[in-house]
Design a protein around this ligand. Structure first.
Ligand code: ADP
Ligand code: MG
Length: 552
C-alpha cells in the first residue's frame, strides 16, 4: 500500500521554484543526479570497507533514455535509501547546500543559480513525475518513492534485490514559457555532450547503450561517456581556470569562484596531490558551531572521507579542498586515520604550503591579500590567541592593521621597519571604530610626536596582543594603558610637583567619583583634551567590556 506524505514547507518552496523554473539552464539536472549517484557509490564503498555485511560491486552509473516513452533513467549501485532516508533526504531539505540556495533565491540573487548545486529537486525542472526505486543494504525490502513535484509524494514497498537506486524521469512534453523540447534529454548526442560538459571527471563509469550501425544491422553496445580522470590528476597546464572554478563551485557548494587555488603535487618519501581552495567569502555557517572544517580524503582517486579534520589546522579552517594520496591504505578506518603518521606529515606540509602561499600573496598581490584578510582576519588572530600562543610564530606575519597614519594595512614587520630608531614600542589603541580611536585624548601626544599607532577595532585584537607580547623583541604597548613612556623625566618631575600642589583638588575629584575610578592623577600626555580614562597594567578597558558581555 502506498503511503502519501506532504513535503516540508521549505521543500515545497524549492519545488515550486523548480517546476516554475525561472532558471534557464535546466540541463544541469543531469549533473545533479549523476553527482548524487557518485556520492552514493562513494558511501557504499566506504561503508563496505569496515562493514562486512555490505557487499562490494563493480560500481557503475547508467543512463537509459527512451524517446518513445519520454523517459530518462539514471541508475547507480550505490548505497540506496532506507524508507526513513527517503523521507528525510527527499521529503525535507536537510542539506546545507540546498538550504543556502533557497536563502539566496529568496534574496533574489537569481543570476548565480547556474553555478550552484541545486540537488535532487532539479529533476522537476524537466520532469512531470519522478520515480525513485531503491534498496539499501540496511533494509530488507526495496521502496518506490514517487512525486509529481507538487505538495506531496508517495512511498511504497517494492520487490528489489540489487542494492542501489534507479531514478526514472517522466520528461515534460512541453514547456510553454521557454518553448523548450525536453525530448532532447533522450537523445544520445545531448546526453553524451552533457556528461562531457559537467560530469567528465566523475570517478565511476557513466555508461549508456549506444546504437552502432554495421552493414544495415544495428546493434547496441555499451559505451562509457566520461573520462573518469579526476581534475586533480590532470596535469596543471591542461586544466583551464574555468574548469577548475566549476569543479570547486560544484564540489564545495559555493556560488562564487574561489579567491585562490593551491594545486600541489608532492612526490618522494610521501606522495600526494592536494587541491586547496580559499573561498572568496566565509561559508554562511562559518561562524556557527555547525561549521565543520576539513579536507576530502582520497586514495588513488577513490573517496575515503568527506571532512578530514586532521588535515587542516583550526586557524586555516576556511580552506576547502581535497587530498589524494597513494600512500594511505584503502582499508583504513576513521579511528586509525586519526593516528596515521603519513596523514600527519601531509597535514604539516599543507600548513606550510598555505602559509607560504599567503605570505607570497601578501607581498606580490596586495589587493588579493586584502580581500583575503578582510574575510578571514578574525580567524587568523584567534589562531594566535588560541592554545596560549602555541602558533603565534606561524601566524604573526599574516596580521595587518590600519594605523593613525595610513588607511592601508601594515604588518608588524612594516611597522618596525618604518618606526624611528629611538621608538621602543609598537603602539596600539583600541576602540569601536577607527574614528573613535582617532579622537581619543591619548592620541594627542602620539600625533604630536608623529608616532604611528595600530588601530584595534576587533574584540579579538587585544587578546591576541596579550599573547604576542612583542614582535622581534619590540614590546606592544597600549596608548590607553598605564604610564606613558613618551613623557620624559623632567616632565615627570614637574608632574610630581604639580600633583603635590594640587593634592586637595585631586582628592576631591576622586571622592566625588567614588569607586568609579581607582585613582585620579595629573597627566602630561594630554594636549587638546582635558581628561582621559586610563586603565592599569592588567586588563584594558576594552577587554573588561568584552569580558563583561561574555556569558559566564
Ligand atoms: P546533496 O547531494 O547536496 O546532499 P541532494 O538534493 O542532491 O542534496 O540530495 C539529497 C540527499 O538525498 C543526499 O544527501 C543523499 O543523502 C540522498 N540521495 C540523493 N540521490 C541519491 C542516490 N542516488 N542514492 C542514495 N542517496 C541519494
Ligand atoms: Mg546532490
Amino acid at each position: 500500500m502506498a503511503k502519501t506524505k506532504q513535503f516540508k514547507t521549505e521543500s515545497q518552496k524549492l519545488l515550486h521554484l523548480m517546476t516554475h523554473s525561472i532558471y534557464t539552464q535546466k540541463e544541469i539536472f543531469l549533473r545533479e543526479l549523476i553527482s548524487n549517484a557518485s556520492d552514493a557509490i562513494d558511501k557504499r564503498h566506504y561503508l563496505s570497507l569496515t562493514d562486512s555485511s555490505i557487499p562490494t560491486d563493480t560500481y557503475e552509473i547508467w543512463l537509459t533514455p527512451n524517446a518513445k516513452d519520454r523517459t530518462l533513467v539514471v541508475a547507480d549501485n550505490g548505497i540506496g535509501f532506507t524508507e526513513k532516508e527517503l523521507i528525510e533526504n527527499l521529503g525535507t531539505i536537510a542539506q546545507s547546500g540546498s538550504k543556502s540556495f533557497l536563502e539566496k533565491i529568496e534574496q533574489k540573487d537569481v543570476d548565480i543559480i547556474g553555478q550552484f548545486g541545486v540537488g535532487f529537486y532539479s529533476a522537476f525542472m524537466v520532469s512531470d513525475k519522478v520515480i525513485v526505486e531503491t534498496k539499501s543494504p540496511y533494509s530488507n525490502t526495496g521502496y518506490r518513492w514517487s512525486s509529481k513535484g507538487e505538495s506531496s509524494y508517495t512511498i511504497e514497498e517494492i520487490e528489489r534485490e540489487e542494492i542501489g537506486t534507479t531514478i526514472i524521469l517522466q520528461l515534460r512534453d512541453d514547456d510553454e514559457e521557454n518553448e523548450e523540447d525536453f525530448t532532447k534529454f533522450t537523445s544520445e548526442y545531448t546526453l553524451k555532450s552533457l556528461v562531457k560538459k559537467y560530469s567528465d571527471y566523475v570517478r565511476y563509469p557513466i555508461n549508456m547503450m549506444i546504437e552502432k550501425k554495421e552493414k544495415e544491422k544495428s546493434t547496441q553496445v555499451k559505451e562509457t561517456l566520461n573520462q573518469m580522470t579526476p581534475i586533480w590528476k590532470r596535469s596543471k597546464q591542461d586544466i583551464k581556470p574555468e574548469d577548475m572554478n566549476q569543479f570547486y563551485k560544484h564540489q564545495f557548494n559555493d556560488f562564487e569562484d574561489p579567491l585562490k587555488v593551491i594545486h600541489t603535487n608532492v612526490e618522494g618519501m610521501l606522495t600526494y596531490t592536494a587541491l586547496l581552495f580559499i573561498p572568496k567569502k566565509p561559508a554562511f555557517d562559518f561562524y556557527s558551531e555547525h561549521y565543520e572544517k576539513g579536507l576530502q580524503l582520497y586514495t588513488k582517486g577513490v573517496f575515503i572521507q568527506d571532512k578530514n579534520k586532521e588535515l587542516i589546522p583550526d586557524y586555516f579552517k576556511f580552506v576547502k579542498g581535497l587530498v589524494d594520496s597513494a600512500d594511505l591504505s584503502l582499508n583504513i578506518s576513521r579511528e586509525m586515520l586519526q593516528h596515521d603518521r603519513q596523514l600527519k606529515k601531509i597535514a604539516s606540509h599543507l600548513e606550510k604550503k598555505i602559509k607560504s602561499e599567503l605570505e607570497n600573496m601578501m607581498l606580490h598581490d596586495r589587493d588579493q591579500y586584502i580581500e583575503f584578510y578582510e574575510a578571514y582576519k578574525t580567524t587568523l588572530k584567534y589562531g594566535i590567541y588560541d592554545q596560549y600562543g602555541l602558533n603565534k610564530e606561524k601566524l604573526q606575519d599574516l596580521i595587518m592593521f590600519q594605523t593613525n597614519k595610513s588607511d592601508d594595512y601594515i604588518s608588524f614587520k612594516d611597522y618596525i621597519e618604518r618606526k624611528p630608531e629611538e621608538q621602543k614600542a609598537i603602539y596600539y589603541a583600541t576602540g569601536k571604530t577607527k574614528q573613535s580611536i582617532l579622537s581619543l585624548p591619548q592620541m594627542d601626544i602620539m600625533k604630536e610626536n608623529g608616532y604611528e599607532v595600530l588601530l584595534f577595532t576587533e574584540d579579538i585584537d587585544e587578546f591576541m596582543i596579550q599573547v604576542l607580547q612583542n614582535y622581534q623583541d619590540v614590546p606592544f604597548k597600549s596608548v590607553q594603558q598605564g604610564e606613558s613612556d613618551l613623557i620624559d623625566d623632567t616632565k615627570k618631575e614637574d608632574l610630581k610637583e604639580k600633583e603635590k600642589e594640587n593634592k586637595d583638588i585631586l582628592k576631591a575629584i576622586k571622592k566625588a567619583l567614588k569607586e568609579k575610578v581607582k585613582d585620579v592623577k595629573l597627566s602630561a600626555r594630554l594636549k587638546e583634551s582635558a581628561v582621559c580614562l586610563v586603565s592599569g597594567e592588567g586588563l584594558s578597558l576594552e577587554m573588561e567590556k568584552i569580558l563583561k558581555q561574555m556569558p559566564n
